[in-house]
Design a protein around this ligand. Sequence first.
Ligand code: SF4
Length: 344
Amino acid sequence: MKYVFGPVPSRRLGQSLGIDTIPLKTCNWNCVYCQLGRTQPLVNERQEYYPSEEILAEVREALESHKPGEIDWVTFVGSGEPLLHAGVGYLIRQVKGMTDLPVAVITNGSLLYLPEIRQELAAADAVLPSLDSGTAYLYRKINRPHPELTFDRLVEGLIAFREEYRGKLWVEVMLVQGLNDTPQALRDIADVLQRVRPDAVHINLPTRPPAETWVQPPPEENLMQAIAILGNIAEVVHPAEGSFDLSGYDNPIDAVIGIITRHPMRQEELERTLECWSPGRVRKVLAELEASGRAQVVERFGVRFWNAAPSHFPDEAQSLRTMPDRRSRNKSRQSSNEIHGDGK
Ligand code: SF4
């Protein structure tokens, strides 16, 4: 299957059948924590990157090949920002017509300021946008957006969407040590969340290989502080346990490429996922994929992660050049009241 993967265990959506509507990596943000590596180049143009009917044919086939109870959610997610696919509203409505399963959209939320995007999302049962900062300064430092996407637009879009949308709005906050885990940065995020009024806030931690080598999850005490400051609808979402469904793949090579393109994996996690093939065959396949460059292995947090070959992961020296220095961090504190005014 080219566009549909899983079901995969999701931290928020149980066993989730993924629909990937765009090529790796098509995104209008370049988050420092992105598990798909750096965005090169930033893309903010909506297009029908893949034919909608081909995507729908695969969704139909995947739904027919699973028994009731094997899938909890059908989720638009994948190799970048799914709302950049120009037919996403049509795709959501068509999938809703095929199944009674709930449909979710995981998005960075950057395009919600556009009325047509809010309209297209109306049929989804849950939308999960990101909000990692309460100031324009930290928005630029963490999410590194396309120049057209200002912080004001992000916040306005979230507020307008909440007013119109009848489904579940679950906002995800990814915490990065030294950037948005300080008390002031958390209070700034809480201020914006108060205006957005989501149904839930999911606090997430960078546990997969981040684009930048210096990105670290916050220490435990800052995490506790985040839960306290972000309010009683906030909860930490821990990595999911569960099995990856490989029934859509005939051989381990396609399975590895299919999974790591959307979901980079630790070596031992990948070997466990592939245990329906013999350990000897799996080892041989992984060695061949690494040697041929069809997959790449990136070391982060002292662990080997398997990633798609086209992903851009800078080495330590390149990455450190993007690290906000002490002066920048002081500036982040000074500009913590700068909720409006992107200052570009
Ligand atoms: S984390 Fe999501 S929004 Fe951020 S760069 Fe990666 S794909 Fe884009």
